[in-house]
Structures are given as C-alpha cells and as structure tokens.
Ligand binder design. Structure first.
Ligand code: ZN
Length: 304
C-alpha cells in the first residue's frame, strides 16, 4: 500500500512538473512592434501584463525608417515581433528576413485576403500597405494578431487576451459605424481627398472618397513637375477647396500645389494635418489608433 502511495505521489509530481514546464515555456515578456498603430493593437490585446515596445514614434515615416542599433538590440531581445508588412517598413525587410528563423513574427497584413488588397500600380505584384484606414480591415488584423499571440501563451493568459480583443474590436466596429454616419450626408463631388502621398486608398474605398496623392504609395518615390501640374489641373477642374498635409511627410510638396493653384487664380487651402503613417503623441487624444482616425475624420469634414 505504502509503495503504491509513493508511486502515485511520484506520478502526480511528474505530471504537475511537466505541466508547469509547459506553462513556463509559454511566457512572453516583450513584444516589439514597428508602427504606432500596430503597437496600439497589441497593447489593447495584452493589457499591462506584457511589455510592448513601439519602434516608430509620432511623425516618423515608416517607408523611410531605418532601424537604429538600439532597435536591433530590442528586436533581438524580443519574444515576439509584430510588423505591418507589404513593404511598409521598406528599409527593414532584410532584418525581418534574418529574424524570421529565430523569432515569433506576426505580420498584420497577412490577415487580409489578397482579393481585399489594393494593387500598387507602381510596382507590379505589390500591394498598398496602408490597410489601417479601412477600419474593418484593421479589425480583421486585430483578430489575427490576437489569435497568433494566444498560440504563444498559456490558456489562462489567452483567455484574457481574447476578452480584451473582444472589447477592442467592438470599439473598432463602433468607430467604423461612426465614420460611415459622419460621411453619409456629404455630396459625392465633395468627397475628394488630396494628400502628400497615397496613404488613403483603403480609406477612400471604404468610405466613398476619391483619393489623390502627389507622391505614390511609398514616400520613397519621387514626384516631378508633371505630377505637380497634373494635380493642380485636377484641383482647378474639380473646384477643390482644400488639400491635406500629413504629420509624417514634409508639407513642402503640398505647398507647391497650393502655389501652383494660386498662379492659376484658384484658391486652395491646406485643410489641416492628417495622421497617415504615424499616430500622435503618446497620452494625447490622437496618440491612439482610434484617436488618430477620429482626428482625421473631423479634419476632413471641416476641410472639404
Ligand atoms: Zn505611407
């Protein structure tokens, strides 16, 4: 009997030891994200339990961003890396390729079926990476990132992640409904959005705006005199009243457009600053994804 009891205790101990090892190995300490918008998704999913680091702060252009030595250290030490993909972080591709073999990497745009992506007309076979301006698509990415993170943690932590995700995606759905309601009564001819670069393609498709950017989908592409004069002619022809600068792109290009229109006796004003590829300051109302979108909607409504 005594022997049986010892054996039983031994089996129990072995079993619980195995369980705790499995639970321990499913622990995440640090998640490193590239853009603010992705960092915001991850923070909303994981809450305060895990350290979330965002590499690109307010006003930073992800198309041009090069990782610093400090970033490389952070990426090497991270348990999980989350980035946008579709070449948004164009200068970091090689780094991600190298880290892919050693790290848990989640790509936000992997969530979106190809049929829902907008083609990048400048580069054959490439897609527009600015999916976050279609709030429904961003909702899909949020669920995808959450699912991937849940696979890396214990069941009890995953339950918390799932519950946080549900709360956040409900807020995103409410935001989407609010945008639609806000733009519902605007005449179609007023729904033209002109910005420095083509960051609002998904926004335009989702909320019925015609969009034009002076630069292409990436800010790495150059624009010439012909692009300026074509856009000036378009603004005059369509009697457009405002163009919008972006917080992460120089306003010089659009100032050239305003001047070009003035030379042809058409007054067009800078309608305000939109958050395109970066959010506002941390702690400010525009320092979250939902805050940045609300700011943009308000600014567009006022400007057009
Ligand atoms: Zn962009």
């Amino acid at each position: 009997m005594k022997n049986k009891l010892i054996l039983f205790t031994f089996i129990i101990a072995l079993f619980s030891c195995k369980l705790s090892t499995k639970e321990d190995s499913k622990k995440i300490n640090t998640i490193v994200c590239t853009t603010g918008m992705i960092g915001d998704i991850v923070k909303n999913i994981v809450g305060d339990q895990i350290k979330v680091v965002t590499l690109m702060g307010p006003g930073v252009d992800p198309h041009l961003y090069k990782a610093t030595q400090g970033d490389l250290k952070l990426l090497n030490e991270a348990d999980v890396i989350v980035y946008n993909g579709l070449h948004l972080e164009g200068k970091m591709g090689e780094i991600f390729e190298k880290l892919e073999k050693q790290k848990n990497i989640i790509v936000a745009t992997d969530a979106i079926p190809k049929a829902d992506l907008i083609n990048n007309t400048e580069f054959k076979g490439a897609y527009d990476p600015h999916i976050w301006f279609d709030v429904q698509l961003w909702n899909t990415s949020t669920n995808y990132i959450s699912k991937k993170l849940c696979e890396l943690v214990s069941d009890s932590i995953a339950q918390k992640f799932k519950s946080n995700t549900l709360t956040y995606t409900k807020s995103l759905s409410a935001l989407n409904d609010a945008i639609i309601a806000n733009f519902n009564n605007i005449d179609a001819e007023r729904k033209v959005l002109i910005t420095a670069h083509d960051a609002f393609g998904y926004f335009g498709r989702a909320y019925g705006f015609e969009v034009r950017g002076l630069q292409g989908i990436s800010t790495t592409s150059e624009y010439g005199l012909k692009d300026v004069s074509d856009l000036v002619n378009f603004i005059i022809e369509r009697e457009i009243k405002a163009v919008f600068v972006e917080t992460s792109v120089s306003s010089k290009s659009l100032e050239a457009i305003v001047e070009g229109c003035m030379e042809k006796d058409h007054e067009v004003k800078i309608g305000g600053k939109l958050y395109s590829d970066a959010m506002g300051k941390e702690g400010a109302p525009d320092g979250t994804y939902i805050g940045m979108v609300k700011h943009n909607v308000k600014t567009i409504l006022k400007g057009i």
